[in-house]
Every structure is written in C-alpha cells, then in structure tokens.
Design a protein around this ligand. Structure first.
Ligand code: ATP
Ligand code: MG
Length: 227
C-alpha cells in the first residue's frame, strides 16, 4: 500500500528569467504540521500554490498519497493569501458554495465553523460588507468546508486580532489531532509554533532549512521571543 503523504520533489517555478522557487522538496504526513517561513518575496505563496495544484511547476512534481491528479485535488484544501471569495454572496452562501460536502452535512459544518470562528452573527452578511480580519476568517472557513486530508494555508493569521488568532489556532490544533496535515505560512514563528512539527525556511526561492520544529527553534532562539 502507498504511504499517505504529500510529497513535493524539487519544485522549481520561474517567471521569465526570474527563479521564484528553486528545487524545493518537502514531505508531509497526515497529522504533521509544517511552518513555511521566509521574508517577503522568498517564495512561500509560490510554493503553496504548487502544493495545492493551483499552479504547475516548471520542474519537479507534487504527489498526494500516490493519487492521480483528479483525486489528489480532493485531498487538498487551499486558503490562498489573496482572499478569493464571492463578494456579493453572504458568508454562509460562500461556505456552501466552496463546500464539497453533501448539502446537509455542509450546512452543519458551516454552522460549526461560523461558531468556532466567531462568524455566527455574520452568517447572513455579504462578504463585501466585512472587515479585513473577518474576510480572512471566512477565507479560512471556506478551505475547511471539506474532508481534505491536507490543509494549505497561506498566512491564515494575517490581519486577524489576538482573539481571532487563538480561535484559528485551536481549530487547527483540533484538525491536526484528527489526523489532518497542514502547511501554514506566516511571519510570526511563535504563533505557528504550537501548530507545527516541522519548519521549512525559504530564502530567495531556496530552502535554507527543512527539519523538525524543535531543531529550528533551538537553532534560532531569537525566534522564540514574542513578536
Ligand atoms: P510574502 O511574504 O510577501 O507573501 P512570498 O514569500 O509569498 O512573499 P511569493 O509571492 O511566492 O513570495 O513571490 C516570490 C517571488 O516571485 C517574488 O519575488 C515575486 O515578485 C515573484 N512573483 C510572484 N508571482 C509572480 C508573477 N505572477 N510574475 C512575476 N513574478 C512573480
Ligand atoms: Mg505570500
């Protein structure tokens, strides 16, 4: 039997002559969490889009549990950095519309997510009437409207207040405990720390560190300070 794993091998993405991602490899098992760190422009979003099969690499490949591409996509949930919601629909309509769950289960899941992310009072509000942090939370909730085994979350904490960040963290901790794997990009290692087993650091498109989280935080103790 094929081991269940998100396996990215030597991914390279170029924009013209510019190499945005240079032979980056990683492996993630269900139940593991990977923090994707690096400065602005280091290639985090480029890598996440490739892992989500939303973009194609110039070199390298992504394998998801050994599945053919059509089925592989169903094992992945992607919350892009650029919020992509249907602006004229309500929060609840967006969640149902992005859902791959049967209708009744979808409704239940939408209610549950809205409750856990403090969106319950906003369920019937149009997305274009929401604040930035509220939109970020709906964007995340939309990605969680499936049974996908791997969550690919591009800066899910961006613009979210402290209370919202704690709710997101708790929800993701539960998802990991249920055996889901996740890749989470961000600029605050300390915020991601409780969520991850591994860390990948990008610098100008190259992986300069990939290993266990304890190893990363021991090697870069300055990252242990609260931001
Ligand atoms: P941030 O922390 O700001 O989100 P990032 O690590 O996610 O940054 P990417 O968005 O992956 O960085 O971008 C990596 C590099 O690729 C950047 O230098 C960016 O300018 C370049 N790039 C990204 N998308 C394109 C594009 N469509 N065309 C040309 N260059 C691009
Ligand atoms: Mg980015």
């Amino acid at each position: 039997m094929m081991t269940k794993m998100l396996d990215a091998q030597a991914l390279t993405r170029r924009y013209g002559d510019f190499v945005a991602l240079d032979h980056v490899s990683l492996k993630l098992e269900p139940g593991q969490g990977l923090a994707l760190l690096g400065r602005n422009g280091s290639g985090k979003s480029t890598l996440l889009a490739l892992l989500a099969l939303a973009d194609s690499p110039d070199e390298g490949r992504v394998e998801v549990d050994g599945l053919p591409p059509g089925q592989a996509r169903q094992a992945l949930a992607y919350a892009p950095q650029e919020i992509s919601l249907l602006e004229e629909l309500t929060v609840e309509e967006n969640l149902l519309c992005w859902s791959s769950l049967p209708r009744k289960e979808g409704r239940g899941r939408a209610l549950e997510l809205c409750r856990d992310l403090s969106l319950a009072g906003l369920r019937r509000k149009r997305v274009d009437r929401l604040s930035g942090g509220q939109r970020r939370r709906v964007n995340l909730a939309a990605a969680l409207m499936s049974h996908a085994r791997y969550l690919l979350l591009d800066e899910p904490f961006s613009g979210v207040d402290e209370e919202g960040a704690i709710q997101i963290r708790d929800m993701l901790l539960t998802a990991r405990a249920q055996g889901r794997g996740m890749v989470i990009s961000g600029h605050q290692p300390q915020l991601l720390r409780p969520l991850v087993s591994h860390v990948l650091v990008l610098e100008q498109g190259k992986a300069i560190f990939f290993g266990r989280a304890e190893q990363y935080f021991a090697a870069f103790p300055e990252q242990c300070h609260e931001p």
